[in-house]
Structure formats: C-alpha cells, structure tokens
Write a new protein. Sequence first.
Length: 608
Amino acid sequence: MDIRNIAIIAHVDHGKTTLVDELLKQSGVFRENQAVAERAMDSNDLERERGITILAKCTSVEWKGTRINIVDTPGHADFGGEVERILSMVDGVVLLVDAAEGPMPQTKFVTSKALALGLRPIVVLNKVDKPDAEPDRALDEVFDLFANLDADEEQLDFPALYASGRSGWADTELDGPRENLAPLFDLVVKHVPAPKQIARAEEPFRMLATTLEADPYLGRLLTGRVESGRLETGRSLRALSRKGDEVERFRATRILAFRGLSRQPVEVAEAGDIIALAGMTKATVADTLADVSVTEPIPAQPIDPPTISVTFGINDSPLAGREGDKVQSRVIRDRLMREAESNVAIRITDTPGGEAFDVAGRGELQMGVLIENMRREGFELSISRPRVLTREIDGQRMEPIEEVTIDVDEEYSGVVVEKLALRKGELADMRASGGGKTRIIAHVPSRGLIGYHGEFLTDTRGTGILNRVFHEWAPWKGQIPGRRSGVLISMEDGESVAYALWNLEERGKLMIGSGEKVYQGMIIGEHSRGNDLEVNPLKGKKLTNIRAAGKDDAVVLTTPMRLTLEQAIAYIDDDELVEVTPKSIRLRKRHLDPHERKREARKTQENA
C-alpha cells in the first residue's frame, strides 16, 4: 500500500485539531452513528479544558488505496521540543493559517523548522467563512514569510486551499462548491512524496525514536518512523545513543501501527511507516533502535535548550497533607523523573537538601501544565518563582532573548512599548496592521516576560494578543525591576472573618474570602504600597451594648482577586512560594516566621 506521512502545523487556535476531526470522519474512520468526542485528538483533560494541544499525536486514514499517517502537533512554543522531533518523521506538512489573523509567531517558528528540513508545505487558509476573514491578504503574508525564511523555489511554489475545518470542506477556489475535504486528501496524495525509506527496504532495520510513553500493559513504548528495512515481532534489536554507544539489547515484543484513532498490533513493520515499539527498558527519545548489525546511529535533531527553571519542593505549610495523598519528596522525585523521560525538553536536578528539585523547561506554560497534571494526581507541592537559565559563551554571561509579537488597539500601543522598554526590550518593528490595530515586534529578555502577561492584559483592557518565541542568546541586560507592590501577610492561624477583611480592604486587594483557612506567613492580598504589611484577618467585631447609627450595616466584601496557577507562579517574588494542592492554590512567604523573614532580609542586604 502507498504511504504518505504528513504533519499538520499551525499557530495556537488556528484549527488544527478540529480539521483532523473532520479528516477522520470523512475518510470513514468512524461509523455513521458512532459517538465521537469533539477534538478527538486532544485526549487528556487539560487539552480539552484549555482548548490547546500539548502532546503530538499520530493517527492514520486511508484514501483511495493510500495510507496517510497524520501527526497533530502542538502550537505553543513551550512545547516546541515536541514539534522539532515530529517533523523528522514526516515527508510533508500542511500549514494551517487563520484567514483573519494571517501567519503568527508560532507559525513562523514551526515553518522555519519544516523549511530547513526541505519539506514542501501545502498551505490551507482556514476559517475563510469568518466575517473578518481576508484570505488573499493572509496568502500574501504566507508567501512573504516563506521568502523571509529563505525558502527555495520549490517551497515558494506551494499549493493553497481555502477551507473551513469546522464546516468540513476545502476548495481550490474561494467561491468553489464547498462540498467536502476530498480536494485536501487528493492534494496530499499528489503533492507529498512517498517516504524515501521505501527504497531502503532491503537494508537492515533502523528507526529513530521520536516520542516515548508508558503503557500500563506493554511498558515503555517508543514511536518513530522506520528509516530502513522491515521488522517482525520477536526480533532482537539494539538501542544506540546519539553518540553511537549501545544503550541496551532487547526483543521487539509488540509492534503497533496507527489505524484511525487506535493503535493495532501488526506482525511486520515496513520501511516508511510510523509505528510504536514495545520491549525496551532503557532506550529513550533520540535513540536509534536498529538491527544488531547496525553500528551507526541516525542523526537526531538537537533540541533547543531549556530557558527557565522552577524549584518543586514538598509542601511544609501548616495545612500540608489535608487535601493530597502524595506529599513525600521521594514520590515527587519519582514522578518528575518519569516526566523527564518522556519530555526531552525538561531537565531535572536534585538540590543539596534533597527536599526540592530544580525543573528546567521551555516556559511558564509548560511548567504550569506539569504542575496542574501533578496536583490532579494528588500531589502537594511548593513552587518557587521561575528563574531564567543563563550560559557562559567566551567568558561572557548570556541570557535567552525572546521575539515578542503583540497586536493591540492603537490607543494602548504607547503603554505597551513603555512597559517593554522597562523590561529591557528592544523594539524591532512597529506598524499599523489595519482595523485600528498596531503590530509591535520586540526582542525582550525571557526574565523580563515572567509575570508580564497579566499586566499586559490589564494595560490593554483584555484586548491585546501577545505571542512569544525563543530568538537568541545575548549578553546579560542588567537589572530588571520586579513587582512594584508589597503583599498583605496573615499574622494568625485560623479562619478568616468577614468583618476583619472588610476593614483590610482599604489596605489593598484581597486574595481570600471570609471563612477560608489561613496561617501565619500566608499571603492574603496585595498591599496598595511597595512594602509588605502583616495583618490580622481573624479579628472579629467588638460587641458592646450601645447601639449607634450606621454601625450595624451589613458587611459587603469586594470579590477577591483569584490567581490561576500560572498567574500565581509569575506573581510571587524570590522570597515567596506557591502552595499547590489538589483543591487549593495559596501564596505564602518562604519563611513563615516573621523573625526568620527579618533575619533573611538582613542577610540578603548584607550580601547585595
């Protein structure tokens, strides 16, 4: 059977997963009456809730005698490690572009990787039925993007389709019949080359592992494309590291091929097909799984290095262990090590005390997703403020710089440019993008962007769109001002009282409501001034037998400021932690005792 391997790439929210749903339906993968969840490819709860793809996933459809293996890829730069590896498995890409928004930063990031590998994209202008769609402008912008990314003549001569993934049609003409997705299927079969590996069918078996997962019944499963040869179940293989050292020898106990949304066991894997293998105990992502006669590993794409690190510690607050059942450092360490195995963009190191672990990754979203998954599994953690990782190049301290693309209403562009300058950002481009909007492109140090997103939404009244992607390493830019305001800290243990909170409202914004458990050293609000203030949220109303006019008014509290997990991690300062449990997110000082806090503050001043 003929094979085509393609990846669907796009910016966040441009409709990749919805389009794959329709491709599956129209190729006959589902029965007519089969109940299928919307966005079938987003399989875990977090992906469904946030409406984003976090893990790359494979599926396979048959079209007129050709098997098309489709890989749905993440759109966020934080999960770029997934995208880079996936592209080495495919022979073509379908680039999906929102006809209203045009190409966005993540489109640029993923497309540059695809073009560098010599892949010839098919461009699909999606959502052309939206009222604000401008497909012709979007198409021109895609061409300009390809030209800027040094695409060759063949890549610039790309075929384009107009489509609506949600309505399930694609057409070569904007005003075509709009019947179904057949034009896209036909174009993939015609435009994407068959895998080159098929010509190497007679050579020994070799496969590069690109994703790893754990199956409760089969153990470790490595997915990749068969580069050469064929493999039968039960054959002995060896795993080679990137450098060519032997990692282990094992038997291929199970070969799984993708058929629709499920993986089915097959007896033989042929060159060019995408398969999952079971049987190994040590081999991991970027290793070469090969016949025992093979000595040379397949070159693997280098993964971009982590840019930020967060400390995961045990929860040692007075409320520890009340909501979660996984609180010991040993259990936390095991879980983090499992994560590092399957996610090559994450790096785990032990801290000297052994009670906490440094987790380095690509960005706040990636960290937030890992923490959210762990709290749902019953873990209790204390999380530090993210720190940016630096490196030394030729004796000079270098830090990661990100390219930030911002779309805002013209009236807010001034305040955005001012804030980026405060955070040591350099303006690269600023131009009107039509409809009263301005597009700003700036190069900003990664540490300057930690915690900025919430402030940005406030400054633009929630109308601005900010996208970021790693740009380069550059010399250290110096001190960047942190949070401007102090915090309100509880001085007592107990349950908060409405009357006390009502009296504290003039001191700043509260983060808790009445009747909530608090403890000494816990942060209960944001101070309206720059210093920290210790307050008593338990103080009840003094009762007297004298009635006075106006004293018995009902206490009405302002709705508290509730921070999401990512907002909380970005909000805290270096001397603070986020306490994460299955049901709560609390902010606290690293040292709960006020005397200890003063001692630490003195030490920090002396060392500064």
